[in-house]
Design a protein around this ligand. Sequence first.
Ligand SMILES: NC(=O)C1=CN([C@@H]2O[C@H](COP(=O)(O)OP(=O)(O)OC[C@H]3O[C@@H](n4cnc5c(N)ncnc54)[C@H](OP(=O)(O)O)[C@@H]3O)[C@@H](O)[C@H]2O)C=CC1
Ligand SMILES: CC(C)(CO)C(=O)C(=O)O
Length: 305
Amino acid sequence: MAASSRQRSTIAIIGLGNIGGVAAGCLRAADRQDIIVCVRQPIERLYLERPEGDVEVPLRALTNPADAKPVDWVLLCTKAQQTPSAAPWLARLCNSSTRVAVLQNGISHVERVAPLAGDAVVVPTLVYYNGERLGADRVRLRHVAEHDLVAADDADGRAFAQLLEGTPLRVLLSREFSTLAWRKLLINTVANPITALTLQRQAVFRREDVKALCIAILEEAVAVARADGAQLAEDEAVKTMSTLLTYPPEAGTSMYFDRLAGRALEVEALTGAVVAAGRRLNVATPLNAALLTLLRAVSDAASAG
Ligand SMILES: NC(=O)C1=CN([C@@H]2O[C@H](COP(=O)(O)OP(=O)(O)OC[C@H]3O[C@@H](n4cnc5c(N)ncnc54)[C@H](OP(=O)(O)O)[C@@H]3O)[C@@H](O)[C@H]2O)C=CC1
Ligand SMILES: CC(C)(CO)C(=O)C(=O)O
């Protein structure tokens, strides 16, 4: 084996959906590390549509955790509620030198993943790019913000940013990670439930009545976030709505795609997290609780069907 190929670090991507598909395509196209994808259906090639130019990349896929060996990095790209099902992968891929970057929405990345990652270090990240799996072997990247991912400005977060150098995915490093995690959750508190429940893409946020409802939902979530220590602006709800309105109207959301496909929804890590934190911190969240009931009903019916 050539010296240069021995020095390449190894990355395993668990879950090749909207987010994992884009990450795998971007990293594989940059070709700076050895990449494997941990999937449930075999796949040999992936087409990535992206503003920087479309690429087609070969993939090395594993479908059986027993075939996996420890790697330098794991990118965990499942939905939050699917995390326990990734445990057999994590058990094989992690040792004390492994870092597990969690590319999931929500605010409790470390609590969710650390119990399954053994001695590995869990690196929480916030995902801002919009991914859309267009077919079994095709995925599309949309940049919707100045940065595509956020990591904490510490040694592990900086190592994560280095991993993505040479790809079109831009990583913001922040010393205010927990505030930014709440800011991202605020967007998901409206974007995901409203698109999933109305079965409409983000164009739905251009309606005045929907905007007004979203502001009211956000006011509750902002109060919870502040009680949890997030440093937010006086007019954070309005600002969040303005940010959401800069996203392309034709973009969907991860929950919208799940509803469309009749899959279980990522309810508990998003609206569920707001309602649970509100209960813990004594902040009333009646609108979010109403959304939670509806989302659970939709999700449970999908799981049962
Ligand atoms: N989509 C987006 O634009 C954004 C999504 N996010 C967040 O990113 C995270 C990932 O979302 P997204 O990519 O949309 O989700 P997807 O549902 O598109 O992808 C999840 C993938 O994980 C796979 N998977 C689940 N369990 C396992 C397992 N045990 N072993 C192997 N593969 C598994 C699924 O496989 P299978 O196909 O076989 O079910 C699926 O392909 C979520 O937390 C979401 O909220 C954040 C920002 C934007
Ligand atoms: C911000 C948004 C809506 C971008 O796709 C997202 O996080 C999601 O789809 O889950």
